[in-house]
Design a protein around this ligand. Structure first.
Ligand code: SAM
Length: 236
């Protein structure tokens, strides 16, 4: 089911388009296919959150959303701002027989069309590298997170063996991918994300940096959104 539409980025300004969506769908259904069930299991085992609402941000063809729905009782919302990606997602969700478990939501991470404190688990793979304003995106993510909920947001391949086999296949097909991926997964990029997270004022976060990728885990203890930076500085 498509549960909403909210776009604040002009389509012409976005990367990808029809060709991008078709490519990502093909990669997700072939070379990347084995990583999603492993990433889903890692997330569910790590956090022990197996019911409630899970939001997959930048869900693309919905492969991770599908893997999470298969392995848990979570209701999944697959959020993406690209309607061609959402068309591919709808096909994949229908083929998987999961139309009653995964809702499609067309929207931008910088203005998530969901209420405060409404989501039990937020996941996102391979999307944050495209976000234009990381502090704004993470403030939005924090806002919709329920107290006690967690996020697992980043880029990764499940484990180091999968990383090796997927990388080899990607480099054979798209040689330019190697450099791009190396840069995304570098310690320097992790440090850049850490700096941007500091800017948000989010009180509790952790970055898991391993051999298969890196993931940002936010935890929330108080309900509501973050106090606006300038306002809180004025109060001090
Ligand atoms: N998560 C999927 C996966 O791992 O198979 C897709 C990853 S694909 C590389 C990145 C996705 O993020 C695309 O579907 C793109 O449309 C989406 N995306 C990028 N920026 C976004 C934004 N600001 N808001 C919502 N979705 C976004």
């Amino acid at each position: 089911m498509v549960i909403g539409m909210s776009r604040n980025t002009k389509k012409s300004e976005r990367k990808g388009g029809k060709k991008g969506a078709g490519n990502m769908d093909e990669i997700a259904r072939t070379i990347f296919a084995p990583i999603y069930p492993v990433i889903a299991k890692n997330i569910l085992d790590r956090f022990g959150i197996a019911s409630g609402v899970c939001l997959d941000i930048g869900s693309g063809p919905a492969s991770l959303a599908i893997a999470i729905a298969r392995q848990s009782d979570l209701m999944v919302i697959a959020l993406d701002y690209d309607d061609e990606m959402q068309e591919a997602a709808l096909r994949n969700i229908t083929d998987a027989g999961l139309a009653g478990r995964i809702d499609l939501l067309c929207g931008d991470v910088h203005a998530i069309p969901l209420p405060d404190d409404s989501v039990d688990l937020i996941i996102s793979r391979g999307s944050m590298f495209f976000w234009e304003d990381i502090p704004t995106a993470f403030r939005e993510i924090y806002r919709v997170l329920k107290p006690g909920a967690k996020t697992c947001i980043g880029g990764g391949f499940g484990n180091k063996e999968l990383f090796a086999s997927v990388s080899a296949a990607m480099i054979r097909k798209y040689p330019e991918w190697e450099e791009k991926n190396k840069e995304r997964m570098s310690a320097g990029n992790v440090a850049r994300f850490r700096e941007m997270l500091e800017e948000t004022g989010i009180p509790h976060y952790e970055i898991i940096f391993g051999e298969e990728g890196f993931w940002i885990v936010l935890s929330k203890s108080e309900p509501g959104a973050l106090a606006h930076r300038e306002e809180s500085e004025e109060i001090r």
